[in-house]
Design a protein around this ligand. Structure first.
Ligand SMILES: O=C(O)CC[C@@H](O)C(=O)O
Ligand SMILES: [Zn+2]
Length: 538
């Protein structure tokens, strides 16, 4: 079969291939189907899944991108990898491959047939040199928590996992400089540092499984950027292996190094398209003696802005996080995860955290602050948490938002930089634009970074809803001189929208840098840079 096909299941038209052949292998409701999309055979077993539509969405994405002119993995390649890494660090079992081929949101699915698990820089260098010569595409993967499909193969790329490179190499208690491998789990690094009275300069909801190499490769922001700065300021040095196997040693552990172009910045946020980070030096802050948290409710977004401004001036240097959550988001996290709201329901909520050296003093400062803004009728209700369990419980209402949203079914995710003053305007405009079409339109995010997370949910992927959201949302952001990706990166899902945030000249220079460092384009192809192979758009 060829041409245009619609497969329906429970009455929903889901699949529209312009050049695909589709075969149903069991009567409706079908259990398995095989599709041939531009020479790529995709087989899916749906016997135990209830998310057939989500899966098909990933294939729909794939239909709009052409496989690069890379070689296909041969048995000899696997033998070479086994010879270098040993039997157990070369994964080829179909059942073991599944988790490496699907992203956290379960939208992008690749069909990689091998996962390599190197333990040293030298092994990565050997692998990349070989893949470059053989013209095999490679998808680097750390904790696989990307929200933009950046860490999974799109086709059959060789998956290179950094998970076994998880050692702390050194920690200097005088300078606070940590040197570690890329596969270290963020939370474990933080626990290691806590024992030495330091912390990681980065904290985010996925800390239990994300790896520092992935954090740096995506320039992850997180919850305390306002206090500790971005990874461009806290990463002091890195070692990276380039596509041809060259090891680039940029491992400064010094804060100051003004010796010309600072090349490490190229790898921070490059999402593995320019090289694979194999070592890192990070500047870590001292552990604060006390953490206090205020959880408050507000009646309008103007009051959210006033409170943020006041928090900065009244709390000063102890302010370590300032987040806002709208009512729709709060309903989602409390409802879907059965979490308890500690205060009365409000149109908006804020989480305000302080980290300082004098517990009592900080608590008093936060108490006075809260009392003042309540007396002035800026805040309608609030509570303060001081003990670590209470602080953790309150943080869960914000940190577990992504998990809660996913429980709605399908989540259209937008991680945007826009001026603070128009945060809620965007959410309202989106609600007007979508009418009754969406299950929820949620706004929350990092006030200190002008970074809103706009999430829209529906039970299943809905093409007409999607078309109402995009390009509307990107045009809205461009009109306000914002960024279409504040902290999640570009990955596979956002690359064709780069022009909304970057001029053509900048994209051209990005391509030249990519060509210089990876002339064959084997490193994480189909990610970050816009697709030039296809005129089809989503
Ligand atoms: O899921 C999201 O939209 C945001 C995820 C993360 O960046 C957060 O701030 O919680
Ligand atoms: Zn975020």
């Amino acid at each position: 079969m060829s041409g245009r096909h619609f497969l329906t299941r429970r009455g929903i038209a889901l699949l529209e291939f312009s050049s695909a052949s589709v075969r149903k292998t069991s009567p409706v409701p079908f259990k398995t189907f095989t599709a041939n999309v531009r020479g790529l055979t995709i087989s899916r077993d749906y016997s135990s899944t209830s998310t057939v539509d989500v899966e098909l969405t990933s294939i729909r994405y794939k239909n709009h991108v052409q496989r690069g002119n890379f070689s296909t993995l041969q048995p000899d390649d696997v033998s070479f990898f086994r010879e270098k890494l040993g039997q157990h660090r070369v994964v080829t079992e179909q059942s073991d491959l599944a988790g490496y081929n699907v992203d956290w949101l379960r939208i992008v699915r690749g069909s990689g047939t091998v996962v390599l698990k190197p333990k040293t820089t030298e092994e990565i260098s050997i692998i990349l040199k070989y893949c470059n010569e053989r013209n095999l595409a490679v998808c680097p993967q750390a904790g696989n928590t990307s929200l933009v499909g950046g860490s999974v193969p799109v086709f059959d790329e060789v998956i290179l996992s950094t998970s076994l490179m998880d050692s702390v190499l050194s920690f200097d208690e005088w300078s606070g400089v940590l040197v570690c491998e890329p596969g270290c789990i963020l939370e474990k690094l933080n626990d290691y540092l806590l024992e030495r009275d330091f912390i990681m300069p980065l904290d985010l909801g996925a800390k239990g499984s994300c790896q520092i190499g992935g954090n740096v490769s995506t320039n992850a922001g997180g919850l305390r950027l306002l206090r500790y700065g971005s990874l461009h300021s806290t990463v002091l040095g890195c070692e990276a292996v380039l596509a041809d196997g060259t090891v680039l040693d940029l491992m400064s552990t010094m804060k100051k190094d003004n010796t010309g172009y600072d090349l490490k910045h190229l790898f921070i946020g490059a999402e593995g398209t320019l090289g694979i980070i194999t070592k890192l030096a990070m500047q870590c802050p001292s552990k604060p003696n006390a953490i206090n948290l205020a959880f408050i409710g507000l009646n309008s977004f103007d009051k959210v802005l006033t409170t943020f401004k006041r928090a900065k001036s009244d709390l000063g240097e102890i302010l370590s996080s300032c987040e806002y959550i709208d009512a729709a988001s709060m309903e989602c996290v409390t409802g879907n995860l059965s979490l308890k709201l500690p205060i009365a329901q409000s149109p908006f909520y804020m989480v305000i955290e302080t980290s300082g050296s004098f517990g009592e003093h900080d608590e008093e400062k936060l108490n006075n602050f809260l009392e003042e803004i309540m007396t002035e009728n800026i805040v309608s209700d609030g509570t303060i948490a001081s003990g670590s369990t209470q602080v953790k419980d309150l943080w869960a209402l914000r940190e577990r938002m992504a998990e809660a949203l996913l429980k709605d079914g399908y989540c259209y995710k937008y991680d945007l930089s826009i001026p603070l003053t128009v945060f809620d305007e965007l959410v309202q405009d989106m609600r007007t634009q979508l009418g009754e079409g969406a299950k929820r339109v949620c706004g929350y995010g990092h006030l200190g970074d002008s970074n809103i997370h706009l999430n829209i949910t529906s039970e299943t992927f809905d093409k007409s809803l999607h078309n109402k959201i995009e390009p509307f949302v990107y045009e809205w952001v461009a009109k306000h001189n914002g960024s279409i990706s504040a902290e999640h990166g570009v990955g596979f899902k956002k690359r064709d929208y780069l022009h909304y945030s970057k001029p053509n000249e900048a994209i051209g220079i990005m391509r030249e840098i990519k060509n210089l460092l990876d002339p064959k384009g084997i490193l994480n192809p189909y990610k970050v840079l816009p697709d030039t192979s296809s005129s089809l758009k989503l």
